[in-house]
Design a protein around this ligand. Structure first.
Ligand code: MN
Length: 221
């Protein structure tokens, strides 16, 4: 009986993927960002895409030193030598959690506070800032992200390919992100089809300035 239990235990060990990284809950209902971000897109984006990144990251880190570090430290550890499955899925997990939290119901509008001031100082006006952000969104060929990142105390708009982010050592622009836009087609295709520009415009209706302001203040301290 004892042996049988031990064999069962070994079988379970061999076949389990230890869930080191887990999917953070979506901070609002799937339809909370309607009509800017539609319910069906949110259901698939969170329920299928984000979940797949979490599952695949757990498979990729199993038995490696990355299994034991935090998701944030994992981003910061990414170099050109990092296995693609860890870089892409780790980025996929972190980027989506950041993006989903970077939007909120009853949000959007003009940026206020210290971040609003810094945007005005850097770009002259919020309209000009939005133009530059949209340019970065449309300029990213294929899949990737647009970021507003604090680099040495200054705000920079830039984009990354695939699931890379500015925390990674391989990123062209490295710093502390305060907001992001997912420009993979899965983020907008159901509602906006090929019109990435319309999706980029709608983002400003739901952007979570409150969180972005908190992240900005922390980054420039
Ligand atoms: Mn996505």
């Amino acid at each position: 009986m004892k042996n049988l239990l031990f064999i069962l235990f070994l079988l379970v060990m061999e076949n389990s993927v230890f869930a080191q990284f887990s999917q953070e809950p979506l901070p609002y209902a799937f339809d909370a960002l309607e009509p800017s971000i539609d319910k069906a897109t949110m259901e698939i984006h969170y329920g299928k895409h984000h979940k797949a990144y979490v599952d695949n990251l757990n498979k990729a880190v199993a038995g490696t030193p990355q299994e034991k570090i935090s998701l944030l430290d994992l981003q910061k550890s990414v170099t050109a030598q990092t296995p693609a499955a860890i870089r892409n899925n780790g980025g996929g997990v972190w980027n989506h959690t950041f993006y989903f939290n970077g939007m909120a119901p009853n949000a959007g509008g003009e940026p206020k506070g210290a971040l609003g001031e810094a945007i005005k100082a850097g770009w002259g006006s919020f309209d000009h800032f939005k133009d530059e952000f949209k340019k970065a969104a449309l300029g990213r060929f294929g899949s990737g992200w647009v970021w507003l990142t604090v680099v040495n105390g200054k705000l920079v708009i830039h984009s990354t390919p695939n699931q890379d982010n500015p925390l990674m050592q391989i990123s062209e622009v490295k710093g502390t992100p305060v907001l992001s836009l997912d420009v993979w087609e899965h983020a907008y295709y159901l509602k906006y089809q090929n019109k990435r520009a319309d999706y980029a415009d709608a983002y400003w209706n739901v952007v979570n300035w409150k969180l972005a302001n908190e992240l900005y203040s922390k980054a420039v301290k």
